[in-house]
Design a protein around this ligand. Structure first.
Ligand code: BG6
Ligand code: MG
Length: 216
């Protein structure tokens, strides 16, 4: 029986995945890297900031020291955080607030499980923070998805067994992480066609039946 739903943040709850893409693209341009595309960005979904940086640096032969990489990641984050200044409840993806209210009505616990260290800022700006029973994010973890750590910490904070949790994800790394953690995985958006997922939907809007299918 399902007792908790753990939501990924970027691309599942909010539109910030596009802002990540724009900031990485700007960094790539500043480094003289041409042709950083949405396909490259797809591999950045769900993984940590440093792992995302490596996807950009793969496109150049230039070598960077660890200090330089840290500075580049900070530069991208500064650009990204600036672009979050206008983030508001209007940037919550369609259907999310209704689905959260529906889950609450059924007594299902809800959490966030995100690689992003900007999770608290984003949840506050979008007025979502108070709606979750627990938040697990890049500030809590040592390992990046597809390692299940971020979701296991979310389950632990909720006090619910992994086998009673459903993860909703838009990244392949996140689906893999959920399965590695012994949880059900629901793929939405960009991950819709992921074969490892237990169930897929185009968006959170298509998920109402899902929870019933998992026995709630
Ligand atoms: C994930 C995004 O949610 O967070 C990744 O899908 C991003 O693309 C990662 O790199 C880390 O985010 P942040 O905000 O800590 O740089
Ligand atoms: Mg995501």
């Amino acid at each position: 029986m399902i007792k908790a739903v753990i939501f990924d943040l970027d691309g599942v709850l909010v539109t910030t995945d596009e802002l990540h893409f724009q900031a990485w693209k700007q960094l790539a341009e500043e480094l003289g890297i041409e042709g950083f595309t949405k396909a490259d960005n797809a591999r950045q979904r769900g993984v940590s900031r440093m792992a995302s940086l490596e996807v950009v640096l793969e496109k150049t032969d230039r070598k960077f020291s660890d200090e330089e990489k840290t500075a580049l990641a900070e530069k991208k984050n500064d650009m990204y955080v600036k672009s979050l200044s206008s983030l508001s409840p209007l940037d919550v993806l369609e259907g999310v607030n209704n689905f959260i209210a529906y889950l609450r009505g059924k007594g299902v616990k809800i959490a966030v499980g995100s690689a992003s260290k900007n999770t608290p800022l984003i949840l506050t700006k979008t007025n979502l923070a108070h709606k979750f029973d627990a938040v697990s994010c890049g500030l809590d973890t040592q390992k990046s998805k597809p390692d299940p750590e971020v979701f296991l910490i979310a389950a632990q904070k909720l006090g619910i067994a992994p086998s009673e949790c459903v993860v909703i994800e838009d990244s392949d790394a996140g689906i893999e992480a959920a399965k590695a953690g012994g949880m059900y995985a629901v793929a939405v958006g960009e991950a819709e066609h992921n074969k490892m997922a237990d169930i897929s939907a185009a968006s959170v809007d298509g998920l109402y039946k899902t929870i019933e299918m998992f026995g709630r």
